[in-house]
Design a protein around this ligand. Structure first.
Ligand code: PMP
Length: 451
């Protein structure tokens, strides 16, 4: 066996001793496998039965995968913060690596993932409709539950109509790519969520980005657009990494002046802002002037899925043109029923939102008081500036060891010297849990020279 050198005709790749070892670990080769009278093509076919083609051919596309070592280096250092499996979850406390940790990195703002009404509704829907819709909303996948949810969401956001998507990501893809066509323009704040950026890429229109919150800059760009061009301005209501709130009243003035549609992604505002938890537009009292409210069910509404709410004609059009809704399976029954129940609890238990804000103030004041830099946040999203990447991962790990789970935010999401730990609060965090986090931040902040 060792005497055979196999050179493959199509690629020139050689069967190395390493491959030979790999072969001996596979199922036993046929007895004539090493017969030197066999052509290389025969061998190639047979070897492919035992060795992945990737190891035999040079596939240029995969070169980057083999040279991608950064994540493995961080793993080897024991500082890798991603894909940590949760083995149990009790609302604000999760078990990871066998230990309970206070969850300070979730978007479960109202703590509804474990609410009895939500769980009961999801279980009942599972029994009544089964485990999945196995098809698109457009064809066999629409349930009466989807329609009920759309009616209640439209009422809640004070819009004529609503369309449910299978994720918030797809809602942004669908709204932007469905409406912004060839010759149209879509204006994005530079800190808009990735799903907005991807929706703009997917559309056939042109994307124009303006600096975060720079409405004078936006206006300069709008001035250059010929009259009667189709235009959409789309912003996050609450920015997902910074926690600041879009200035909707000022945006509305600009949008109206240039006849642009205004869409707001309320992923982080639903259940958080507004007199009923009904989002950023309601918070500013400008619901009628915002054309489209887009959002997700994966945060305050404690599930997965997304929606767009707006005028009847726009939603009707999206129903027939939003490919990310048409060409994917519908939101499963248990999730749809869970969201409906969560939407009702959100309205019936306003004290949850009040509690969320009490917790938000406690953590914001505590961190600022300790001397941490938390930026312009005005909401339960509280990013804590740490600095360089290595220190951020070290800080993350030590917080994790102290029983507090947060999310690191590193390049390309932020500049290399501005890495941060993103904390986010829930209505159901106790004062003791927040104080535990503050104590850990205070100790580690001093030890690692952040404060
Ligand atoms: N928009 C924003 C602002 C978000 O933060 C997110 C999720 N992080 C999404 C959209 C996508 O939501 P989903 O998780 O439902 O896909």
């Amino acid at each position: 066996m060792a005497a055979v050198t196999v050179v493959f005709r199509n690629t020139g790749a050689q069967l190395t001793p390493w491959h030979a070892v790999a072969l001996t670990r596979g199922p036993a080769p046929p007895c004539d496998f090493w017969d030197p009278r066999l052509s290389c093509t025969d061998l190639s076919t047979r070897v492919a039965d035992f060795v992945r083609t990737e190891t035999l051919q040079h596939i240029a596309l995969f070169d980057k995968c083999k040279s991608f070592t950064r994540a493995r280096e961080i793993q080897a250092a024991g500082l890798y913060p991603y894909f940590k499996p949760i083995t149990q979850s009790e609302d604000t406390v999760v078990v990871i690596e066998g230990e309970p940790r206070v969850m300070m990195g979730s978007n479960n703002y109202l703590g509804l993932t474990h609410h009895p009404d939500v769980l009961a509704a999801a279980k009942a829907a599972l029994e009544r409709y089964g485990s999945g819709c196995t098809g698109s909303r457009f064809l066999n996948g629409t349930l009466d539950l989807h329609e009920r949810l759309e009616i209640e969401l439209a009422e809640f956001f004070d819009k004529e109509s609503c369309l449910v998507f299978s994720t918030g990501y797809q809602a942004n893809l669908g709204v932007i790519s469905g409406l912004v066509g060839r010759g149209d323009l879509v204006f994005l704040d530079k800190l808009d969520h990735a799903s907005i950026v991807d929706g703009a890429k997917m559309s056939h229109g042109e994307t124009v980005r303006f600096n975060h919150g720079d409405l004078a800059g936006l206006e300069r760009k709008l001035q250059r657009v010929p009259a009667n061009t189709g235009m959409m301005i789309i912003v996050d209501g609450v920015y997902s990494m910074e926690g600041d709130i879009a200035d909707l009243p000022a945006l509305i003035k600009v949008a109206q002046k240039y006849c642009a549609a205004l869409a707001v992604d309320d992923a982080h505002s639903v259940g958080v802002l507004g007199p009923k938890g009904d989002g950023t537009a309601a918070h500013f009292g400008v619901t009628d002037e915002v054309d489209l409210i887009v959002g997700t069910f994966s945060k305050s509404l404690a599930s997965i899925g997304g929606f767009a709410a707006g005028s009847e004609s726009v939603i009707h059009y999206l129903k027939h043109h939003a490919r990310p809704m048409i060409f994917t399976a519908a939101l499963p029954p248990a999730n749809t029923a869970g969201v409906l129940a969560a939407l009702r609890v959100l309205q019936q238990e306003p004290e949850r939102r009040e509690r969320l804000w009490v917790n938000t103030r406690r953590l914001q004041d505590g961190l600022r008081g300790l001397g941490f830099e938390i930026g312009p946040t005005e909401t339960p999203i509280i990013p804590v500036l740490i600095g360089p990447l290595e220190k951020t991962f070290l800080f993350w790990r030590q917080l994790f060891d102290a029983g507090v789970f947060t999310n690191p935010v590193v390049p390309p999401a932020v500049p290399p010297s501005q890495c941060r730990l993103r904390t986010s609060l829930m209505a159901t965090h106790t004062a003791e849990q927040i104080d535990q986090a503050l104590e850990a931040f205070a100790r580690l902040g001093k030890e690692l020279g952040v404060i």
